[in-house]
Design a protein around this ligand. Structure first.
Ligand code: AMP
Length: 487
């Protein structure tokens, strides 16, 4: 059954059930159905025959879901742009995606107020783009990962086949922003099973008192987040099964799950299952999974990312492009129906990391990994992509945007680690002219200007001003020597 028809089933069967709670707002299945119908009709009137993407600049408002469903009902993919994205980058995303319209929750509220039922005659088909998520690109330009309905279906079928989701009864705690595909897990597993999405907005997540009050009352049964978020929650001693008595399953994804984090979570939530899952946006949310038990923690340190989903392959490739011997280290390559067609309107970038693989596609992740008898281990990045508090960032993206500032002649950005974890990033900067004010004042000025180009999490915390960079033998800035200065 088409994903939209699965959702329509719940709209008809349980119109009064709550589909999403977001702060003090809720939307029922009935409202989601009628409001997305009204907006779909408007999109057709506005855009005519143009099957162009529909962009929406918001956060976790119910109107985001209304827009997602309205777009795909009309055969158009949607492009979520988070409210934390500065205007200049919003404009770039709209330009790159050639979106036919840029909506906000406010105008969706007005446009979806009422109307007749919409006959979805041209809804997004299996091979069509369903959503486009923009992610950090190494040259400073965001790149749009195209995910088709078939890609998404493959993920949802895996999850629903591997785990029981009680129909009409699950509450999915949604921490990830809608621009990060962990939220795709929450949204479509909830909506296709008649569940409720309990969204934590960024203001709620940023204030411990409000956050834990929300967690106490959310009634969540399912959790998908980065390990960073769980680690943050564990600062509060009350974060445990007592706070979330109905919680029965945690999925962690997006970055390394430390055995210590997993172990503490097992202690605090003795009635829940914990899974480590792994996957890039380019392969639709996640592609491997493993249940983390005390035995597994005892046997494996670091933890594995698990077994690959059925119907998809993981190949560990060496430098020559050939599969390495079992157990050897190489690049994790994912091949299967969950792999994206590529980056929107960027055949150059697509060609570098995607290729045809039989009737499906393969994607070179840039992650080091090894396969030990079907159990896969991820061993870090081969390039300058990092995860900072769960956000995927290309250091080159930050560097290009810094270099684009008039004041800056050259910039190198490096991660600052606390133990094994990246705690922040530092920018080494060579200025064009004289420094304006103290280091602190100059850094503050640059942070403000950079903040007009990139989201807040891509603004380095620390700035170090140098006359010139140390060079390596290739004549490039010597990153190792600079890293040594960070101590
Ligand atoms: P994203 O596209 O934001 O989901 O980021 C994908 C990248 O996050 C992967 O290529 C890995 O580098 C990293 N990643 C995702 N899941 C895990 C995991 N369970 N363990 C370690 N790294 C992970």
């Amino acid at each position: 059954m088409h994903l939209l028809d699965q959702i329509a089933h719940w709209v008809r069967a349980t119109p009064d059930r709550v589909a999403q709670i977001s702060n003090d707002r809720t939307i029922t299945y009935g409202e989601l159905g009628t409001r997305s119908d009204a907006l779909a009709a408007w999109l057709d009137r506005e855009l005519g025959d143009r099957r162009v993407p529909v962009a929406i600049h918001g956060h976790k408002e119910p109107e985001m879901l209304v827009t997602f469903l309205a777009a795909v009902k009309t055969g158009r993919p949607y492009v979520p742009i988070d409210i934390s994205t500065p205007q200049a980058r919003v404009e770039r995303v709209v330009e790159i995606s050639e979106a036919g319209v840029l909506l906000t929750p406010e105008n969706v509220a007005a446009l979806s107020a009422g109307g007749a039922a919409y006959e979805a005659a041209r809804k997004v088909g299996e091979g069509d783009p369903f959503y486009i998520l923009f992610t950090s690109g190494s040259t400073g330009e965001p790149k749009g990962v195209v995910i088709t309905l078939a890609n998404l279906n493959h993920y949802l079928a895996w999850m629903r086949g591997a785990h029981d989701f009680t129909l009409g009864a699950e509450v999915f705690l949604n921490h990830a922003p809608f621009t990060f595909d962990l939220s795709v897990h929450d949204i479509y597993l909830a909506l296709s099973t008649g569940g409720t999405i309990f969204s934590l907005t960024k203001d709620v997540a940023a204030d411990f008192r409000i956050l834990f009050e929300a967690l106490r009352k959310c009634g969540a049964t399912q959790w998908m987040s980065t390990p960073s978020f769980a680690q943050m929650c564990m600062i509060e001693r009350g974060f445990s099964q007592q706070m979330l008595p109905t919680m029965r399953r945690f999925f962690f994804c997006g970055e390394t799950l430390a055995p210590e984090t997993a172990s503490q979570m097992l202690e605090r939530f003795p009635d829940a299952e914990i899974f480590n899952t792994y996957g890039p946006t380019e392969a639709t949310v996640a592609v491997t999974s493993v249940r983390v038990t005390r035995e597994l923690i005892g046997e494996c340190n670091p933890l594995p990312i698990g077994h690959v989903m059925p119907g998809t392959e993981i190949i560990i490739r060496g430098e020559n492009g050939q599969a390495v011997a079992p157990g050897e280290r190489g690049e994790i390559v994912i091949a299967g129906p969950n792999v994206s067609p590529g980056y929107l309107r960027r055949p150059d970038l697509t060609e570098k990391v995607f290729a045809a693989h039989g009737s499906t596609r393969l994607y070179r992740t840039g992650d080091w990994g090894r396969d030990r008898g079907g159990m896969v281990f991820c061993e870090g990045r081969m390039d300058n992509q990092i995860k900072l508090h769960g956000h995927r960032i290309e250091l080159g993206d930050m560097e290009s945007n810094l270099r684009a500032l008039d004041e800056i002649a050259d910039a190198v950005v490096l991660p600052v680690k606390k133990g094994d974890r990246i705690d922040s990033v530092a920018a080494f900067v060579v200025l064009r002219g004289a420094k304006q004010g103290s280091d602190f004042e100059q850094a503050a000025k640059l942070k403000t200007k950079l903040g007009e180009r990139v989201p807040p999490y891509m603004v380095p915390r620390k700035f170090i001003f140098l006359e010139s960079f140390p060079m390596n033998t290739n004549g490039k800035a010597d990153r190792k020597a600079l890293a040594a200065q960070l101590g």
